[in-house]
Structure formats: structure tokens, C-alpha cells
Design a protein around this ligand. Structure first.
Ligand code: BG6
Length: 499
């Protein structure tokens, strides 16, 4: 097995919306995920329709909003960072909350308490020898932009967002070297509210939506085309905001490195039939075009022809070609959890994971949440990314979610997590041996936190257990799982001791 480079950035990842809590403390404002409510242990929560959003707003006092509590990182960050340091973390990926700094999103200057909070967190990390890596926007949009503009569909969000992003660079450039612009930027095309604060039937001209509170309501076919159009328009505006801040950082903070972040989803054709193979190729191109725009600085011909063929009418931002070409990222970052199969027969597609409708792979094991475990696909994709972009790659999310309860001795024996991470770390080492320049690895939810798709505490990823349930019951005390001790050994041996 190839060796990891000496300065490899071992660590873990979180996001503000899913772990910070302290929702209205010290003047913090509300963002769109603060209105996504709990619907059951395994129920997908992210809505897309206006009536569901209205329901959340009108029934605010009765509904359960776990993101608002998070895991109380806001008050416990010192204790949490001490645990990360004990594992030997070199790097900690976190996000900054837009609404803690600019509570409504409209302010010209940030809230001093929010500014100080992040200085304190970064100082604490550095004092513990941990390099902070910051996602500027990890699924967060001040609620006023949902109400006024229907999210990122409108270019009006860009100047407000840029004010926030520019502030981050100006204020924290000496404390934070690694930055990511938008978390999983491709998710806006799969889950428009989550990724872009978009409600698909905002205009009320399509009879959409079943009863609010019922997950999985089928969308009428008329909405599918609109969905594609709105999501790609919103994405265009996010590309612009991202490129603008990359350029600004290059000019004003050359010591920083700024990357994109996309959800990598490796796809196999169902059969060797040319139709299936072409379908898999198309889907792969689709997944990669997000990186093309951010790393190469232009829209590839493939996606432009997709827009033409599918009647997708983008209102291009003035001067967008120049903006994109001047804002190319320094490295590629990605989340990777699962692979799946593509068929050319739409009748036979099924749901894999939380968001994607494709076919499952009989050669792979599946987690209890239906996510298929495939370290080899990670190796393949890393090789493809090297060939396509020739940039350093930072794997900023990976991991396995599971239901977990401590045994009588209060221990969590998460051997499935050790096995999942071991196989993926081996795959990364193989890819490094293949000549891929991987610079870091931060598994997701290193401390248990609120699940994004299920908005619950029940689905856990951490090395550290948090005693909290879906309803906010529990002591919120932290304890070490078996994987904590295992990962500590992995880091201490720079990835050589995986037993
Ligand atoms: C990624 C997101 O999609 O996957 C995280 O960037 C998220 O925010 C993670 O939590 C795992 O997904 P889930 O739904 O299991 O929490």
C-alpha cells in the first residue's frame, strides 16, 4: 500500500447548521434549515413545496426543529476541540454561520458577538495544533432570501452573499488557510430547497403538493421541468458568487487556498449494453460539470447542449464568462458516501440513499440507511478527477451513518464504522499510489450531529457519541466510541496502522 504524505491533513468534518445550536443566542438570525422539521426516525425531511414551508412557519411552536439545537457546539466547542486534539486531528472542517454574523443577511456590518465566537473557535483549534478548514456556505441561506426572492433563483442574493464572503476573508484570513465556497454545490439540482432555498411551486400556478407534513409527496410532472430550470438558474448564481470570492481571495489573501465542494457519486452502467453505458457516461458528465465550471472556469459544451435540448433557459449574469474564468479554485474537494447503477430503462430505477433514484448494485453491501458501500469507486473517481483537473484533492466528507445506543457499560462498539473507514482509507492510499494528489481526509460528523436528510440525531456518524435524542432529551455529554481509539491510531501512524 502506498504511504500517505507526511503533511497529510487527517481530521473530521461538521457544519454549523447541524451542530452549533444556540439558534437565537447573541442575536443570531434564522436560516432556511431552521424551518426544516422532524418527521420521524427514517423520514426524509427536506421539503420542496410552498405549502409545506407555510406549514412549518405557521406551526412553529408545535413542530420539532433539531437543527436549532444541534449538539450545542456553540457552548461546548472547547470540550469538543479537546476531544479532536486527543485523536490527533491535524485538520477540522467546520462551517461558519452566515446568520450568526449577519443575522438577517441584509446588514452592512457583522454582529460583533458572532465575529468573536469564530475567532475564539479558530484560536482554540490552533492552540491545539489543528488547522481549521472553513466551508463558507454549508446549506445556509438567511430566511429573508427565501421569502423575498425564492432563494438563489434571484441574482439579488449575490451582492448580499458577497458582502458576507468578503468579510470572512478579510477578517479571518490569518487564522484560516483552507476555505470551501459552497458545500455540495451540485445538491441544488437534487434537493432545491436544501441547496438553494427554492420552493418549486412558489408562483402557485401549478396544483402541487399533497398534505404538508407527509414526506415523499409525489410531484406533478409539470414541476419536473420547472425544477430543472430553477435549480440551474440558482446554481448559475452560486457559481458567480463562488468565482467572485475566489478571485477576491487570490488578490487579497494569497496565503489562503480556496476550493469547490461537490458530492461525488460514482456510477456504473447496469449492463455492457451501449445504451446503459451511454446513460452512465451522461450522468457522470452531469456530476462532473459542477467541477468543470469551478475548476476550469467555463461551462463545458456538454451542459450547454443539455440546456438546449431540454429547453432550459438560463438568464446569464452580466459578464459571467469573465467572472468564471477569473475565479478558478485552487483544489477540488468532495464528499463521497456511495456508488450506484444507472440503467437506460427509467421504469426500473429505485431509491438509493436519501436523494437519488437509481438501481442498487448486487455486488455491494448496503448500510442500514440503504447507502451502498464501495471504496473501489472512490479510487476510480479519484483517478478520473486527477486526469480531468490535475489539481490537489481534499476528501472532506465520507463515513457511515448508523443507529447507535450505548451498551450497559455506556460503550458504543462501532466496528462497522471502523470497517467502512478502513476500506476507504485503503482505497485513498491506493489512489495516492496511482499518482493522485490527495491532501487531506476529514470523515463526516466526527462528533455525532443532526442528520441533514433526516433532521434527526438518530442517524450518527461520529467517533464521539453525543447523549441527545431527536427531541432534545439527554445530557448532551460526549463519550468516546471504539472508532475514536482506532482513528487515533490511524492518525498517529499516518495511515499505516489500520488494524
Ligand atoms: C452531505 C452533507 O450530503 O452528507 C452533510 O454535506 C450531511 O451536511 C452528510 O449531513 C450526510 O448526510 P445525512 O443525511 O446522512 O446527514
Amino acid at each position: 500500500m502506498a504511504k500517505f504524505p507526511d503533511n497529510f491533513l487527517w481530521g473530521g468534518a461538521t457544519s454549523a447548521a447541524q451542530c452549533e445550536g444556540g439558534r437565537c443566542e447573541d442575536g443570531k438570525g434564522l436560516s432556511h434549515l431552521d424551518y426544516v422539521y422532524y418527521r420521524g426516525e427514517k423520514a426524509f425531511c427536506n421539503f420542496m413545496l410552498q405549502n409545506d414551508y407555510n406549514y412549518a412557519r405557521e406551526h412553529e411552536s408545535e413542530l420539532n426543529f433539531p437543527n436549532r439545537r444541534g449538539i450545542d457546539f456553540y457552548h461546548r466547542y472547547k470540550e469538543d476541540i479537546a476531544l479532536l486534539a486527543e485523536m490527533g486531528f491535524k485538520s477540522f472542517r467546520m462551517s461558519v454561520s452566515w446568520t450568526r454574523l449577519f443575522p438577517t443577511g441584509l446588514e452592512e456590518t457583522p454582529d460583533p458577538k458572532g465575529v468573536e465566537f469564530y475567532h475564539n473557535v479558530f484560536r482554540e483549534l490552533r492552540a491545539n495544533g489543528i488547522e481549521p478548514m472553513v466551508t463558507m456556505i454549508h446549506y445556509e441561506l438567511p430566511i429573508i432570501f427565501v421569502d423575498r426572492y425564492n432563494g438563489w433563483i434571484s441574482p439579488e442574493v449575490i451582492p448580499h452573499c458577497f458582502r458576507y464572503l468578503k468579510f470572512l476573508i478579510d477578517e479571518y484570513k490569518d487564522e484560516v488557510k483552507y476555505w470551501l465556497t459552497f458545500n455540495e454545490i451540485n445538491m441544488v439540482t437534487a434537493v432545491p430547497f436544501l441547496g438553494g432555498g427554492i420552493l418549486l411551486d412558489r408562483d402557485g400556478d401549478i396544483a402541487a403538493g399533497g398534505p404538508p407534513g407527509k414526506p415523499g409527496t409525489a410531484l406533478p410532472p409539470e414541476l419536473i421541468h420547472r425544477w430543472d430550470n430553477l435549480a440551474h438558474q440558482a446554481l448559475h448564481h452560486q457559481f458567480i458568487a463562488s468565482a467572485m470570492i475566489v478571485k477576491y481571495a487570490h488578490e487579497n489573501a494569497p496565503q489562503c487556498m480556496i476550493g469547490n465542494m461537490f458530492n461525488l457519486h460514482h456510477l456504473y452502467p447496469e449492463t455492457p449494453s451501449p445504451n446503459d453505458a451511454f446513460r452512465a457516461h451522461e450522468e457522470t458528465e452531469f456530476n462532473m460539470f459542477f467541477c468543470d465550471v469551478m475548476a476550469k472556469g467555463y461551462y463545458p459544451e456538454w451542459i450547454l447542449s443539455y440546456y438546449r435540448k431540454n429547453d432550459i433557459d438560463i438568464k446569464w449574469y452580466e459578464g459571467y464568462e469573465k467572472i468564471l474564468s477569473e475565479g478558478k479554485v485552487d483544489f477540488i474537494s468532495l464528499s463521497y458516501y456511495l456508488s450506484s447503477i444507472v440503467t437506460s430503462d427509467p421504469e426500473r430505477q429505485e431509491r438509493i440513499g436519501s436523494f437519488i433514484r437509481r438501481m442498487s448494485n448486487p455486488y455491494l453491501e448496503t448500510s442500514e440507511f440503504g447507502w451502498q458501500i464501495d471504496p473501489t469507486a472512490l479510487r476510480i473517481s479519484l483517478n478520473e478527477l486527477r486526469d480531468r483537473f490535475n489539481l490537489p484533492i481534499y476528501i472532506v466528507e465520507n463515513g457511515i451513518g448508523a443507529f447507535e445506543k450505548p451498551d450497559e457499560e455506556g460503550k458504543i462498539h462501532d466496528d462497522y464504522r471502523i470497517s467502512y473507514l478502513r476500506s476507504h482509507i485503503k482505497a485513498i492510499a491506493e489512489a495516492i499510489g496511482d499518482g493522485v494528489k490527495v491532501i487531506g481526509y476529514t470523515p463526516w460528523g466526527c462528533i455525532d450531529l443532526v442528520s441533514c436528510s433526516l433532521v434527526s440525531m438518530s442517524k450518527r456518524y461520529g467517533f464521539v457519541y453525543v447523549d441527545a435524542d431527536d427531541f432534545g432529551n439527554g445530557t448532551y455529554e460526549r463519550s468516546r466510541k471504539d472508532s475514536f481509539y482506532w482513528y487515533k491510531k490511524v492518525i498517529a501512524s499516518n495511515g499505516e496502522d489500520l488494524d
